[in-house]
Design a protein around this ligand. Structure first.
Ligand code: C2O
Length: 353
């Protein structure tokens, strides 16, 4: 059977490894409404973060500033938005109708649809705060040379887009390592890389990683989306099979961005805290974009057609503070949700390792 919505009345503190439990439960409501597709004139185009102009940046900063200024118990507030991720990932929720069975959206085929819905509501809330329903969040274009650094719009300490809890070694102009592990920079570890590749080399390596993960290792929908996860299955952080992109580069980018001097890699380097960094939503914008691109690749790429996947459900608060129930099947075509991605070069298509 499909994974049901979380039982909000049973939400408990989340339990990240190695630190005290954290309260990530959303405000309670028993009034759940069904999702309705938005109406819109034309698609909202999510831009590449390195290409946006000053007007866009001003708007985005303003929207996030307003979101951060909402009271902490407003489900639209930045604090609550960050908690959405935490609650769905590390033991906060159980599945409605399956007492005691955890709900955990990572390392399985729920990864892509859960995050797509999450960004959808995040974007709609930002748009409504600035009275601009056409507002679209940017994506961190880490799969192309132009985008392989932390986008500069997120690096101004005075801006609402900034987060101080990031690895100080990975600030501009450092090129991201899409296959990063902490051990590569740890001289006490056997996997230590004493001579890290140059920026030029790293770019080429990254393009090969993208080709490998998007094409070579994503020949079937099972490989791309990850393993099945059905109602009653115990969700856990490590016990399901992640899809190719979730595994790499999605997770390495999280770890690369978070601050290793914090207790557990906050913010980006841990599930419970990742949503506290505004960069998270741009990172996942590109993860989501990979889903859109994968479907257009020639060959056998197609969405999963298992009904347990299509009928799985999640709960989110929308821009009107309504608690909305959504289904995976309603997000597989992002144009129905009213958005698309700016067309930019996809150089890894031809970068055979
Ligand atoms: Cu929900 Cu990037 O993890």
């Amino acid at each position: 059977a499909p994974v049901p919505i979380p039982d909000l009345s049973k939400c408990v503190k989340s339990t990240p490894k190695d630190i005290d439990p954290v309260d990530c439960c959303p405000p309670f409501s028993s009034n759940i409404i069904d999702f309705k597709f938005p109406t819109f004139g034309k698609l909202r185009e999510r831009p590449a973060a390195q290409l946006v102009d000053d007007d866009y940046i001003a708007k985005y900063k303003e929207a996030l500033k307003l979101m951060k200024a909402l009271p902490a118990d407003d489900p639209r507030s930045f604090e609550q938005q960050a908690k959405v991720h935490c609650a769905y990932c590390v033991g906060g929720y159980t599945q409605l109708g399956y007492p005691g069975v955890q709900l955990s959206v990572h390392n399985s085929w729920l990864f892509f649809p859960f995050h797509r819905w999450y960004l959808y509501f995040y974007e709609r809330i930002l748009g409504s705060l600035i009275n601009d329903p056409t507002f679209a969040i940017p994506f961190w274009n880490w799969d192309a040379p132009d985008g392989m650094r932390i986008p500069s719009i997120f690096t101004d300490p005075k801006s609402s887009l900034y987060d101080p809890k990031r690895d100080c070694r990975h600030q501009l102009p450092k090129i991201v390592d899409l296959d990063y592990t902490k051990s590569k920079e740890d001289p006490t570890n056997v996997n230590y890389v004493p001579n890290y590749p140059s920026a030029e080399q790293q770019i080429q390596i990254n393009l090969s990683v993208m080709h490998r993960q998007m094409i070579t290792n994503s020949q079937t929908s099972r490989q791309f989306f990850g393993s099945p996860y059905r109602a009653g299955d115990e969700g856990g952080v490590d016990d399901k099979g992640p899809g190719s992109i979730e595994l790499t580069p999605h997770t390495p980018i999280h770890i690369w961005t978070g601050d290793p001097k914090q207790p557990v890699g906050e913010d980006m380097g841990n599930f419970y805290s990742a949503g506290r960094d505004p960069l998270f939503y741009a990172h996942h914008g590109n993860v989501d974009r990979m889903w859109s691109i994968w479907k257009t690749l020639p060959g056998i790429s197609k969405d999963c057609n298992d009904n347990d996947w299509l009928d799985s459900e999640f709960l989110f608060y929308d821009e009107n503070k309504n608690l909305v129930k959504v289904k995976v099947k309603d997000c597989v075509d992002e144009s129905k949700l009213g958005y698309c991605y700016q067309k930019v070069d996809i150089p890894w298509i031809d970068s055979k390792p």
